[in-house]
Ligand binder design. Structure first.
Ligand code: F6P
Length: 344
């Protein structure tokens, strides 16, 4: 067996753990070879690669980032992209590709299957927004980073009797926000799935701070939006891959709160700190399980699948089931578990 592997899209903690597990299982158990392509599909299109073996993967398990590099390049961005991928497969005698990616990369993998390019997906993103898997690796690390940041912000906010707005990542879903908000004891958690009412937020904060020396922590997911007509939303640029650059709602919200309530309000945007550095033990284990499962799926020739976590078991699902729609926050969980803690 000969397989290509790439890490595609935004990086996330645990990518190296997947690569290591995939290489070890492929080499030791299946007697196969893994070719690593640099910067995702760019490496395939430009034949930029290295042969990965157990030696090359020593010591990478706890390291963040990816030894292969990553990019948002996809074959469909080029007229002859699919032909060049097919040529690369022939040149390296590959059975197929293991695509470690988020929704965009896994969507391209699904489409490539229809064009005769064999792919297996491994779900990666700190956002945890991939359907058909309960978790993606990288998410647990991001939640830990955000939670410990919230813990630190509590003490400085208390010292100054301030409102502290903490903006976290998550694209158009609020998974990081709800978990970190709950674990960090946030006063309010705002998510993209539920447009927020600025009047209600300001009323709640005014009530809470009235005569009390309280700190308030507002966790806001980068994709959160105000209810239509209530206040102006953050504006987003689009990068050269058509990917919306989210971020900025924290600042907009903080200005609005301070302007409306007079409460001293500060903002902290956690940004790429959530994505960098060493993965948690949980993410290392999940990434390792995914890497092993991807090697087994390739050995069985079970292409067109994504490895997934369901009820603590690793299984395989159709790529299409994973990418047809994003996995959003369960609104019952948000209403029943997160909301009761709001602005008490
Ligand atoms: O998808 C992961 C993610 O970290 C999002 O939470 C964030 O919006 C985005 O990537 C940022 O991506 P980029 O690396 O293109 O700035």
């Amino acid at each position: 067996m000969r397989i290509g592997v790439m890490t595609s899209g935004g990086d996330c903690p645990g990518l190296n753990a997947v690569i290591r597990a995939l290489v070890r299982k492929t080499e030791k158990v299946h007697g196969g070879t893994v070719i690593g392509f640099r910067d995702a599909w760019r490496g395939v299109l430009e034949d930029d690669f290295e042969v990965l073996d157990i030696e090359r993967c020593r010591g990478i398990l706890p390291r963040g980032g990816t030894i292969l590099g990553t990019s948002r390049v996809q074959p469909y961005q080029f007229e002859d992209g699919v032909t060049r991928v097919a040529e690369a497969m022939r040149r390296h005698s590959l059975d197929g590709f293991i695509v470690i990616g988020g929704d965009g990369s896994l969507g391209a993998a699904r489409d490539l299957m229809a064009d005769g390019i064999a792919c297996i997906g491994v779900p990666k993103t700190i956002d945890n927004d991939i359907s058909a898997t309960e978790l993606t690796f990288g998410f647990d690390t991001a939640v830990h980073v955000a939670t410990s940041a919230i813990d630190r912000l509590h003490t400085t906010a208390e010292a100054h009797d301030r409102v502290m707005v903490v903006e976290v990542m998550g694209r158009n879903t609020g998974h990081i926000a709800v978990r970190a908000g709950l674990a960090g004891g946030a006063t309010l958690t705002l998510i993209p799935e539920v447009p927020f009412q600025i009047e209600q937020i300001c009323e709640a904060l005014t009530r809470r701070h009235n005569g009390n020396k309280f700190a308030s922590i507002l966790v806001v997911a980068e994709g959160a939006q105000p209810a239509a007509g209530s206040m102006s939303a953050a504006k987003y640029e689009v990068d050269r891959f058509g990917h919306e650059r989210l971020g900025g709602i924290g600042q907009v919200l903080a200005s609005e709160i301070e302007g409306r309530t007079g409460l001293e309000t500060r903002v902290t945007t956690l940004g790429y700190i959530q994505r960098g550095g060493t993965p948690t033990a949980f993410d290392r284990i999940l990434a390792t399980r995914f890497g092993v499962a991807a090697a087994d799926a390739a050995a069985e020739g079970d292409w067109g699948k994504m490895v997934a976590l369901q009820s603590d078991n690793i299984c395989r699902v159709e790529l299409d089931a994973a990418v047809s729609h994003p996995k959003t926050v369960d609104l019952d969980f948000y209403e029943q578990v997160v909301s009761p803690f709001f602005a008490g």
